[in-house]
Design a protein around this ligand. Structure first.
Ligand code: GAP
Length: 751
């Protein structure tokens, strides 16, 4: 029997029998060791609380050689890292760190560098360091020391040198967009996140823990989890726990998004993003029009979604179905019978409310205790004068409400000149059905093999009873939907393929919103409980965003099973099956449906980008849009509009640059004002032409041909030759190079 001794950390444990415990240690001298700690669960155990997860101690064990399990003799605590257990986030990230060590190492395979990294990470986690940051620094270094360092200098598939515009991360490192299309496991990653990962790896441990990462922190954390998943072969158990911990933390303490919706509505109108529909007639309140900047922003959102989810994946195709469809579509889909909300009407003012939401709105009260004075009382509260609760109409405070009635949300219309029952049809309430009824057309025309998806972006219409919260809930809106068809008999990673693909789509959608700027703390997942599920759904997960009115649905990702295809087959009499060549059988595919609202996504991007800050004693409003979403990419501004040479140079630049990137020329105010205006609409770069650029002919001075580029977020300015502008903006806007990297190559200009 051999005696072993080493410093070790507890990285896992489970109960054995009545009173024992099997504990997994990661030790400096022996690597991973599993041992039985006899009687360690007894009240008066000699181990006391020493075997808690994360504890660093001096381990003494006996190896009998008869089984893989050693016998734990002593574990003398060196540092319990107790602070890690004090809050859920620390605990979660700590659990992730020890799980990675546990799953990536073999037993009795010592690795001193990994042991050192593990104890350093736990020490940082027990101190004040931000838990996600510690996990990122640990994850990046853990891959390095175990020989899984992802390559960031070239595409690991084709060898093309990095940078490329839209990298993805696969097992060995970055892959270019062309190779990513064939790599099933690759996850998209922004160039900014690749650069940040490179910087973190190059920095020392302490420096890495404090380096500013900004918005890419969440993206990096997700990218490392995906990378671990690829190495381990399945997601870590702690990733799920971390998501729940974040949800609990948000629900407990965090206040709702700091931005007031009125501020956004006013900015949108003032700067031409969004106007109320038919405003000159008093507006509708349930429909909105996108102005010059709004339409650019909306088109950019749809363009990057289509590019990322359709054009750059080889398992996706697109479709554009008509809005008006055969009336039977809506019978088969269940919308005629089930797409209803219970509603109540006021008998007096005729206002209509959703029965289930009537107590969620502020109510008007004519108080009998104050001679009928009219008050507006907060939703759910009673009158502080008479103590009454709401029983009448919340709007007028006088009328009785009718009993609830089911109200179909579809807009009815007539196809053709005659308004008769046979001509009734509906404006589509979702784009999804256009995909289902074309399933066979797409299959036959493209000869696709399962799994594959069909995407569509288009208008949908719902006669919502209570539209509101600006563009959050409207009666006319746009959807970006995917129906991803999967063979239900296939198994992936030991699980039914539809369940695995559902998880993958949830992760991809979450990563997509993070990539284009939504802060991780403003987004969370909501798993539908059994009684919340739609009749067709096996499982539905919503992405919620922290809107000013509270956590609300941004998009849904549902497993709709084979419900829709079977319904349409039944109602149309046409077969909507797929022939599985391998099993020689016809089957009805299951479908995973990621469904997002364009308008809701736009609202979330606007809210997340909005920031107010003080600059030299003045308020600066800035929309920190991701450059790909920003409506205008570059503004060309003359420092002096009275100098014709300056204006001419600006026009020349404007025309040249706008061929590649939407560029605007503005000379209607002094330069400070012009910069503020561009900040307020989220333009990432301003180019200023000044006297030094063009020179002064009267004084016989020639210009240096250089202009100033100002970056929106840092407000830094650099001096760049006009001839190099295309190359500079190509790096910044097309290749996604970080500003710091590009700016480092040019002299700073005075602000
Ligand atoms: N095909 C599935 C489907 O339509 P949904 O949850 O009803 O599912 C999907 O809608 C997404 O469409 C929502 O997550 C939301 O982003 C958007 N959406 C739904 N109703 C909307 C409305 N009245 N106004 C704006 N967006 C809406």
């Amino acid at each position: 029997m051999a005696l072993g001794k080493s410093a070790a950390v507890v990285i896992g444990s489970f109960d054995l029998g009545e009173s024992d415990r099997v504990v997994t240690f990661y030790s400096r001298e022996h690597g991973k060791v599993r041992g039985v700690a006899k009687a360690s669960r007894r009240m008066r155990s000699r181990f006391g609380g020493a075997l808690e997860l994360f504890t660093l101690g001096e381990l003494v064990f006996f190896d009998t050689g008869r089984t893989d399990l050693v016998r734990v003799d002593h574990f003398d605590v060196l540092d319990p890292f107790a602070a890690i257990r004090t809050d859920l986030e620390r605990l979660g990230q700590g659990a992730w760190i020890v799980e990675c060590v546990n799953r990536l190492t073999a037993e009795r395979d010592p690795h001193a560098a990994l042991f050192g990294l593990l104890t350093r990470a736990l020490r940082a986690l027990a101190s004040a360091a931000g838990p996600p940051r510690v996990a990122i620094c640990f994850g990046a270094r853990c891959l390095d020391v175990l020989g899984h360092r992802p390559r960031l200098d070239r595409c690991v598939e084709c060898g093309r040198a990095y940078p490329f515009a839209r990298p993805a991360l696969d097992e060995g490192g970055v892959v270019c967009e062309a190779c990513a299309a064939h790599a099933t496991g690759a996850t998209s990653i922004s160039p900014a996140a690749v650069a940040a990962l490179g910087r973190l790896r190059a920095a020392g441990w302490e420096e890495a823990l404090t380096q500013p990462l900004g918005r890419v922190e969440a993206e990096l954390r997700n990218a490392l989890e995906s990378h671990m998943t690829r190495l381990i072969g399945q997601p870590t158990r702690t990733a799920k726990f971390l998501r729940s911990a974040a949800a609990i933390r948000d629900e407990r303490g965090a206040s709702m998004s700091g931005v007031n919706m009125d501020v956004i509505v006013s900015l949108c109108k003032r700067r031409g993003f969004i106007f109320q529909s038919s405003e000159i007639y008093g507006g509708t309140g349930s429909c909105w029009d996108y102005g010059p900047l709004g339409v650019e922003l909306k088109n950019n959102i749809k363009r990057v979604w289509w590019r990322d989810f359709v054009q750059q994946r080889d398992d996706m195709v697109g479709l554009d179905a008509s809005i008006l469809m055969h009336a039977m579509v809506w019978k088969a889909s269940g919308h005629v019978d089930h797409f209803t909300d219970p509603m109540v009407d006021c008998r007096e003012c005729k206002h209509r409310f959703r029965a289930d939401q009537v107590d969620e709105i502020d109510w008007t009260h004519h108080c009998p205790a104050t001679k009928g004075n009219k008050f507006t009382i907060k939703a759910g509260e009673s009158c502080k004068h008479c103590g009454e609760r709401r029983t009448l109409c919340p709007n007028c405070g006088k009328g009785e409400l009718t009993a609830p009635r089911q109200f179909n949300l579809m807009f009815k219309t007539f196809m053709g000149p005659v308004e008769e029952d046979a001509a009734v049809t509906y404006l589509r309430p979702e784009t999804a059905q256009g995909i289902f009824v074309n399933f066979d057309n797409v299959l036959q025309s493209t000869r696709r093999k399962l799994p594959f998806g069909v995407a569509q972006i288009g208008k949908a219409f719902r006669n919502e009873i209570t539209p509101g919260n600006f563009i959050f809930r409207t009666r006319e809106f746009e959807q970006m939907e995917i129906e991803f068809f999967v063979n239900p008999h296939d198994r992936l990673e030991g699980r039914p393929a539809d369940e695995v693909w559902h998880d993958r789509w949830i992760a991809d959608c979450q990563a997509w919103f993070a990539r284009y700027g939504l802060a991780a703390e403003n987004v969370k997942l909501h798993e539908h409980a059994r009684d919340e599920l739609a009749h067709y759904s096996k499982r539905t997960v919503d992405l919620l965003y922290k809107f000013p009115m509270g956590w609300s649905e941004l998009m849904g990702i549902a497993n709709r099973t084979d419900f829709d295809l079977k319904q349409h087959a039944k109602f149309s009499g046409k077969s909507l099956t797929y022939f599985d060549e391998e099993r020689k059988e016809h089957l009805v595919p299951f479908v995973i449906e990621p469904s997002a609202g364009v308008d809701r996504a736009l609202l979330a991007f606007l809210l997340d980008a909005y920031q107010e800050e003080e600059v030299r004693g003045e308020k600066r409003v800035v929309l920190r849009f991701h450059p790909e979403l920003a409506p205008i990419k570059i503004a060309v501004l003359p420092l002096l509009k009275k100098r014709p040479e300056i204006v001419a140079a600006c026009h020349e630049l404007h025309h040249r640059l706008t061929r590649r990137w939407l560029t605007l020329y503005d000379d209607t105010a002094a330069i400070g004002r012009l910069y503020r205006r561009q900040d307020e609409v989220g333009t990432p770069y301003c180019v200023t032409v000044d006297v030094k650029t063009v020179g002064d002919a009267e004084k016989g001075e020639s210009g240096d041909g250089k202009v100033t580029i100002r970056e929106r977020d840092t407000m830094q300015q650099i001096r760049v030759p006009m001839t190099e502008l295309d190359a500079v903006f190509g790096r910044l806007l097309d290749a996604g190079a970080p500003w710091s990297e590009v700016a480092a190559g040019y002299p700073r200009a005075e602000g």
